[in-house]
Design a protein around this ligand. Structure first.
Ligand code: NDP
Ligand code: 8X3
Length: 250
């Protein structure tokens, strides 16, 4: 029986690259996100292997329905990749938009919590060798101006992951907080409200991590020997230094 990965945020960036890598290598993929047309593209690329389910992380009912809609032949779940999330805004306090704060909290924290709660029973069925990989960020550790709530949501992901390890002790489930630095995706376009020019500029004169780098890391984590748990991984491009999450040098 093929192992199964459940991915949030599979319509773009890290999630889409991870869906492709796992689908190409013998896993079945439950791909979730809000953009149905992008899920359909993945399904068309990997018929039978990828199953797309529309899911909005800010809506608990949507999460519950999505998990209830997993076809029997895509169960149990070997790996839950809690990846979907976003940053909104770059303003320093008090020059911020509280609705944006709320959306980041609802998506990056509440959505991740409820996805975990709903999918956990299916991961427990696999037990030994299964894993939950939560996407944090270096922004959860290194402060920067304008990173106020975004960075705090990612610090939450780190600590929740560590606490979840203790709660699931004895189940065989491995849990990792995967904390990337500067990486090329649609992240900056989303953060700036759809400014794809800003997105291109952000990655133009430097060599960021690519979604495939993160996908390869997820692959490595999910395929480690069953007794090995990597608690957290901080991963940056060479052009970034571990003092603050802005690029200092090419
Ligand atoms: P992208 O913007 O390319 O992808 C984000 C994904 O999250 C999309 O698939 C999007 O799907 C999904 N998503 C956002 N909001 C929701 C929602 N309400 N419901 C369901 N899905 C949602 O960015 P990345 O690939 O870079 O981001 C993936 C994760 O990595 C995020 O958690 C981000 O915070 C984190 N990260 C990113 C870094 C970077 O530099 N790029 C560095 C460190 C961490 P859809 O819009 O279709 O719903
Ligand atoms: C994304 C990394 O440094 O742009 O989580 O906030 S950063």
């Amino acid at each position: 029986m093929s192992p199964v990965i459940f991915i949030t945020g599979a319509t773009s960036g890290f999630g889409a690259a991870t869906a492709r890598l796992f689908a190409q290598n013998g896993w079945k993929v439950i791909a979730t996100g809000r953009r149905r047309e992008r899920l359909a593209e993945l399904e068309a690329e990997f018929p039978e292997v990828v199953h797309g389910i529309e899911m909005d992380l800010t809506d608990k009912t949507s999460i519950r329905h999505a998990v209830a809609a997993i076809p029997e032949n895509f169960k149990p779940v070997t790996c839950l990749f809690n990846n979907g999330g976003l940053a909104l805004g770059t303003g320093a306090v008090p020059d911020i938009d509280t609705d944006q704060w709320q959306t980041m909290i609802d998506t990056n924290i509440v959505g991740l919590l409820h996805t975990t709660l709903e999918v956990l029973p299916l991961v427990k069925q696999v037990g030994r060798g299964s894993s939950i990989i939560n996407v944090g960020s270096i922004a959860g550790r290194f402060p920067y101006t304008g990173g106020n709530v975004y960075g705090a949501t990612k610090a939450f992901v780190h600590q929740f992951s560590m606490n979840l390890r203790t709660d699931t002790m004895g189940t065989g489930i491995r849990i990792t907080s995967l904390e990337p630095g500067h990486a090329k995706s649609e992240f900056t376009a989303v953060r700036t409200g759809g400014d794809f020019e800003a997105n291109e500029k952000m990655y133009a004169d430097n060599e960021p991590l690519l979604p495939e780098d993160i996908a390869n890391t997820v692959w490595w984590l999910a395929n480690l020997p069953a007794h090995v748990n990597v608690n957290s991984i901080e991963i940056m491009p060479v052009c970034q230094v571990p003092t603050r999450p802005v690029l200092l040098k090419k």
